[in-house]
Design a protein around this ligand. Sequence first.
Ligand SMILES: [Fe+2]
Length: 394
Amino acid sequence: MVQKGVVVLLLALLAYFLPTFLNISKKFLKNNSEHIFSEVARISYSDLLNSNPDIDPTLLHSMKQYGFFYVVDIPSYNASLELDYLQRFFDLPDHYKLPLAVRKHNPHNVNVYRGYGPVVGNVGTQYKEVFNIGPHETHPPYNDSHSDLQKLRSISRERNVWPNTDNPQFDRDFKSVMKSGFDLRLSIARAIVESISRALDFPGLPALFTEHEFSTLGLRKYPVRKRINSDMYSEFDGVLLKELEHVDSTVTVLSTFNNTGLQMLYKDKYWEAPVSGDNCFIINIGKLIEDITGNQIISVRHRVIEIPETRYSIPFFYNPSFDSDISRSMTGQVTEAGQKYRIFGEWMKDYLPAVEPGLLQQPTPSVSSDNTEQYSTDQLDDTGPLTLARLALD
Ligand SMILES: [Fe+2]
């Protein structure tokens, strides 16, 4: 009799609370499924850096499905400090920034890729101010070779330039913050390659990155466009852009802070990617990783749309060693890149000018390739006859 009473009481409670429970569940599910990218992995920094194999299947799923994911909860990362120094750098007057400019914008300088690039208005769907930082503090030996590849090898190793203002404290702190940011992202990128290597059972993958001399931390400022013309719209869907539609090279560790505008191509449509915020990085998989893994994971095509405010971001591009053989996948098949190139440096010679038309000249017809077309739908800058390699240390 008592048991029957308990059952009735439980049923009554269930009937009373069920609608509320269902409502909460519905709300919870709605909040967590309403974004197209709600299933994209968010991996903890400590699990990644401690090589916790439990994260590998989750990471692999996101890399197969979306071509990007997030690394979260980074104890040593202060995004607002980094953003503050980034903004203060771009706020410097031109007489401090132009001496740091790459050779395209300051012919007195030897650096071609590392250093400062002002906003250039005539490169179609790309509209940004940049400052690139690499891993090298001393310049490579003078290169009098006539080989484009040898000149590009010098570019890959060119030294950093740093601001020299009337505020030595700022100069020191800026360099210190950015070098720490470089090292942090380098450790993350390395751990990602290790995770891919474990997940796909490709033990030879990390060895392709022994040197990573072309790796670069890129400070980016995207101002609001003052003038608009028909070249600035996406050929894909007619949207006004700040950054051209492209895929990255290998592994990118990206901070967007709280700036919107980054869109990822997924199921034949561009969708806004959640920002990296205060304590997180977005990881983009690039074309070469797709190639080298035999298309087991995919690269993500992405872009930045025009937004009505100045936008800041910091991508870090992690790349294979200059001489790494990228012509064969980990299973020995000829890769898409391998149909034209053997080593990473050769591939980069065509790729880099196509995605950085504001900093670098596009390849001349003799060195441009079908592959160039696939990286960019942009109207590239064509203001001079120099190629990337011819700019180097001539
Ligand atoms: Fe990118």
